[in-house]
Design a protein around this ligand. Structure first.
Ligand code: 3HC
Length: 336
């Protein structure tokens, strides 16, 4: 339910001219008090421009990541090794499309339009997760994406279920449930491959070697170099910092790798008794920024595919609009 807290009183006792319009500072104080009480902000509530812009930025980037994220795995639907694996993969890729739609809808409640967001993606102005700009070279990549990429995504997204913006938080609850299934199916498919031939085991290890560091970078730059974190944490948009989430992911993943029987490709990865966490080697941030800025191995291909899908779908959007207009005209005629 959207809160009515800031609506002006209506009814006969409050003639429009007599209504008191709250000043900006009163609205800001009301918002600050809400943050203090850790309450949800809803679409009709007053919010500072910067809060709104930060949410549009993060939610739209997140939505773009979901729909671009369909591409690396979609690449394997026609080559899945069995009917069961194909059915699982189709369902997973469809889920990612659904996540994109919930998130675009959540962003629209902030006053932006889907066309604006997609225009920003298609013209290369909008960011999306760096991780989806790498190729899926073998079937093991599909399992490793489920285990590591979706595992990292869940680690980052569970705290977003408590985000201060209601529509985003509620969308994340459903998304996280589905992501959890994605992670398990990836891990299970790797467990099967690791009980197979030497060639299958080597294929899994090779995929882990290629994806591990990219997954660590996925959490975003170190806290000290993250321009948005401090304010987003004050506003309860981000609940846990990039570095802390990265650390939790590493700590959770090391025992899973042992059970699976793969080596994580970091000679510096070891348990630190004093910190009660794993230490790890340096992340290549130059490579990360180069990919974020459009120069990863698949950036151009990913964007070109999204643009082509948009252009190829124009007739469907036109037909849906024409149908809606016809229906509207018909109901107007009937009402006359
Ligand atoms: N890829 C691309 N850009 C990234 C990035 C990444 N992995 N990590 C950070 N950045 C960008 C930020 O967007 C920001 O750019 P901007 O200021 O131009 O918008 C810049 O780097 C600085 O980073 P900050 O840490 O200051 O940015 P944020 O505070 O926004 O934190 C974030 C980055 C942790 C990714 C945060 O935005 C977030 O939690 N987003 C929601 C989750 C999300 O988008 N996940 C993407 C993966 S979705 C997915 O994996 C789908 C699943 O099905 C597999």
């Amino acid at each position: 339910m959207y809160t009515q807290a800031l609506d002006l009183p209506d009814g006969p006792q409050a003639a429009p001219a007599a209504r008191a319009v709250p000043s900006d500072s009163a609205l800001q104080s009301h918002f600050d008090a809400k943050m203090e009480r850790d309450e949800k902000v809803e679409p009709r509530d007053w919010m500072p421009d910067h809060y709104r812009k930060t949410l549009v930025r993060q939610i739209s980037q997140h939505a773009h990541s979901e729909i671009v994220g369909m591409l690396p795995e979609g690449n394997w639907i026609s080559r899945a090794p069995s009917l069961k694996r194909k059915a699982i993969l189709i369902a997973k890729v469809q889920d990612e499309g659904g996540h994109g739609l919930y998130l675009y809808s959540a962003a629209e409640t902030l006053g932006t339009s889907r066309d604006q967001m997609l225009h920003a993606l298609h013209t290369g102005k909008a960011k999306y997760s760096s991780i989806f700009n790498y190729p899926t070279l073998t079937w093991a990549d599909v399992g490793v994406i489920g285990w590591l990429v979706d595992g990292a995504a869940i680690m980052n997204q569970i705290p977003l279920c408590r985000c201060s913006y209601g529509p985003y938080a509620r969308a994340m609850v459903r998304i996280c449930k589905e992501e959890s299934f994605h992670q398990r199916q990836g891990y299970e498919s790797l467990l099967v491959m690791m009980q197979g031939t030497d060639a299958q085991k080597a294929m899994v290890q090779d995929a882990v070697n290629r994806w591990w560091w990219k997954c660590l970078a996925m959490f975003g730059p170190p806290d000290a170099d993250s321009p948005n974190s401090a304010q987003s944490q004050r506003w309860g948009i981000k609940r846990i910092s990039n570095d802390d989430l990265r650390q939790s992911f590493i700590d959770a993943t090391v025992p899973q790798a042992q059970v699976l029987g793969v080596t994580l490709p970091d000679p510096d990865l070891k348990w630190n008794e004093a910190r009660q966490h794993h230490d790890h080697g340096p992340i290549d941030w130059d490579e990360f920024w180069s990919t974020v800025n459009g120069n990863g191995p698949c950036n151009k291909e990913r964007l070109a595919t999204r643009v082509a899908a948009w252009e190829d779908g124009a007739w469907v959007r036109d037909a849906a609009l024409a149908h809606a207009r016809k229906q509207q005209a018909r109901s107007l005629k009937e009402a006359a």
